[in-house]
Design a binder for this molecule. Structure first.
Ligand code: FE2
Length: 197
């Protein structure tokens, strides 16, 4: 399940309906898809896409997405930091960034154009979100440094990061609460291990 946090208000929302209600005015749809027993621990991209074929097809239809793939990131990737550095600075995309989390966790920070405070959404297995086209945001991993996610696209080029040049992301630690950090759901725990960069 997801955790939504508004750092400037020292507020955390961990109820799925409340998260959904918070995100909707920002153009973000939050959904939960069942994950228990759907895939084996060592399932590859094709098996993952096959397991979620029905949900992915419905989402494509609804959102106009034409293609889906699976991204698999772990701490053993030799170029992990290089990859993360592309997305941990404030940027926008020309199209929605749609992610369904199969395993692991990650944290999106959103910086609303309407002056609302910066907020973060920590996503864990079973969470689906879309960062709308044009929304200022950045992404980081939680301390497990692991994420497997289904991505949906209208066109792949639309997912190139367009950097805003604002260094605001440097002011925020990737603070996670869920299974990607420890202890699980420990709302009282301190910040997770910050990924350098
Ligand atoms: Fe992005």
């Amino acid at each position: 399940m997801a955790f939504l946090r508004i750092p400037s208000e020292d507020r955390v929302i961990d109820d799925a309906d409340a998260i959904r209600a918070f995100l909707l005015p920002h153009g973000i749809q939050y959904e939960r898809w069942p994950v228990e027993g759907r895939i084996d621990g060592d399932a590859g991209p094709e098996e993952i896409l096959a397991a979620y074929e029905t949900e992915v097809a419905a989402l494509k239809e609804r959102g106009g997405y034409i293609t889906a793939d699976v991204v698999n990131v772990s701490s053993t990737l030799p170029n992990l930091q290089e990859m993360l550095d592309k997305f941990n600075k404030e940027h926008r995309h020309a199209e929605d960034e749609v992610r369904f989390i199969v395993r692991g966790s990650g944290i999106f920070y959103l910086n609303p154009d309407n002056g609302d405070p910066v907020y973060s959404i920590e996503v864990n297995a079973g969470d689906l979100i879309n960062v709308p086209a044009g929304a200022r945001h950045w992404f980081d991993l939680c301390s497990d440094r692991r994420i497997v996610a289904i991505r949906l696209f209208r066109e792949r080029e639309g997912w190139t990061p367009l950097y805003t040049g604002d260094s605001i992301a440097d002011e925020y630690q990737p603070l996670c609460f869920g299974p990607g950090d420890f202890p699980a759901k420990g709302l009282e725990v301190g910040p997770s291990v910050a990924i350098p960069g």
